[in-house]
Structure formats: structure tokens, C-alpha cells
Design a protein around this ligand. Sequence first.
Ligand code: P6P
Length: 334
Amino acid sequence: TDKALDRDCTTLSRHVLQQLQSFGPDAQDLSALMNRIALAGKLIARRFSRAGLMEDVLGFTGEVNVQGESVKKMDIYANEVFISVFKQSGLVCRLASEEMEKPYYIPENCPIGRYTLLYDPIDGSSNTDINLSLGSIFSIRQQEGEDLDGQASDLLSNGRKQLAAGYILYGPSTMLVYSIGKGVHFFTLDPSLGEFILTEENVKIPDHGAVYSVNEGNFWQWDEQYREYIRYVHRTEGYTARYSGAMVSDIHRTLVQGGVFLYPGTLQKPEGKLRLLYESAPLAFLMEQAGGRATTGTVDILDVVPKQLHQRTPLIIGSKEDVAKVESFIQKGQ
Ligand code: P6P
């Protein structure tokens, strides 16, 4: 049959089923789950595409979230999209989100051993009102135990427990990138079909890239060893800087072109700004699947066991040679 036609028929759900042949009955569930994530992505992408044309999409709500950050209307809308999409799914027992202090329970979905979705509904929401790219980040885990106290303490485990992880990038095109532990795969939304179509399979990050991605506005907030690394890339031929303000965009560029993204701890936030369970761990899962690395600077991100749901972490992520270069400055500084 026609190659282009074959490709247009490689939808996300078909790809997940192909990936999961050895998973048995779980394959159907995870395929259905990924389809619900795709639906959430389509709903959010549609809203963004009309943001300037509709009332009540852009701007702030006037609220402050559990992170102490001012909440954008799109943060709330996107959070509610994920809840609504999964309430009817029959697949997910709990939703843990950056926008909610406690997980959202869906008891009617909850035979033991079902899935939990951890997500950042809109990552980089500072880009909402200026029409720059941003993303949603998701991570899927299997519930362990009965969570009778409603504290979801089984989620406080390392990132290697993730069954699947990925992001949706709302950019010039809307892309969904995911892994279920069998490589990293890119899908692009074809609005005329309303489907995410496979555009790249088994993506591997280059071992080195020219780009370092960090907010240099924090330069004097960092420990000296990070300043030493920045002085090194400033004076060494072949490096250039890119920083978008939305981690999903910066991570996607890093995945495609190579390089390193870093958000070190600062004087105000020694533990870093980025959250572990629904930002750094899912992206670390993807990056390792693509042959890259992700570390706090001293420990692999996927080995960190959080003490609380919204725990933050320093993050250095990208090509293994470039991550190692940053680590070498950290080790020198210790
Ligand atoms: P800063 C967005 O708020 C975010 O969580 C990431 O998407 C982004 O990389 C980072 O924070 C930007 O933070 O302090 O550089 O503005």
C-alpha cells in the first residue's frame, strides 16, 4: 500500500498497541489511556489557537497556586481538561497535578493496581499571553497498595517506577512525544484528521550538541561551580545559548538537536524550581530512553525518591557528553 497512506494510518493508539504486544491485557488500557491524553492535548491546542479571539482565555485568574505562583486562566482550563477527560475513562484512579495540593480521586475507576496520572497541565504558562510555545507534561504510574489514607504516598517513589511519560508541545504544530519504555516517538497533530500521526520513531538524542539552555539571569544566584561552567561555555568555541522560558520547548529542541538544559538550585531555591514528579522525572524518563541523561548534579533524576508530592529538584538534562561536562564542574567545585 501507499507509504504516505500507511503513515497517515499510524495513529497514536495503533502505535501504542504495536509497542505493547508483549504487555498483554495492559496494552489495551495503556493504549486507551494515551488516547485520552491525546484528546486532552487536542482540546488544549484548540483553546490556544483561539486564545486571542475568545474572552476569558488569556491573562491571570488572580489566584495563587500551591506553588505560590500566580495562576493563568489557561492553567485552570488545562487542569480541568485532564480531569474531565479522565473522569469518564474508567482507567485512572488518581490525578496528581501541579495545580492541585492533593490528588484528585476518581473512586468509581478504582480497582487496585490501576493507573495514576501525574501531570503539569500547562508548563511554561508565562508564554501564554505572548503566543510562544508551551507544553503539558505527563507521567503514568501504577497504583501500589490501597492508598486508604488518601495521601497517595505510594507516589513518593523513584522515577524508574513510571510506566509511561511524555509531553504535548503546543508550537507551530502540536506534537505529542511519549515513551512506554520502548524508545521515544514523535507524533504530530493533523488537524484535518483530528489525529496525532507518527512522524518519528525511536528518536535518539545526539551525544553532543552546541546549545546550552539556562536562565543566565540567575547567574549570581548559583553556586560557583555553575558559574565556572558558564564561563567555560562562554570562552569555548562552538557553544550557543537558547532559552524559551517553557521547559517543554527547550527539552524538545535538546532532544532533536542535542545539548543541555539546566535549572540549578539558587540562593532563594537551593532545591531548584522545577518539580520532580510531574516535570523532571517524566522528562528524565524520555531523555534516558533517547540515550541522554538527567541528573540533579549529583544523583540521577530517576533515582530520586521524593518526600512530598510537589517536591522540587535541580535539573541538568540532555546529551550525555554535555551533562557530563556540567557534572565535571560540579565535582571540581566539591
Ligand atoms: P525561569 C515555567 O514556569 C517553568 O516551570 C519551566 O517551564 C521553565 O523552563 C522555567 O519554569 C522558567 O523559569 O525562572 O527561568 O523563568
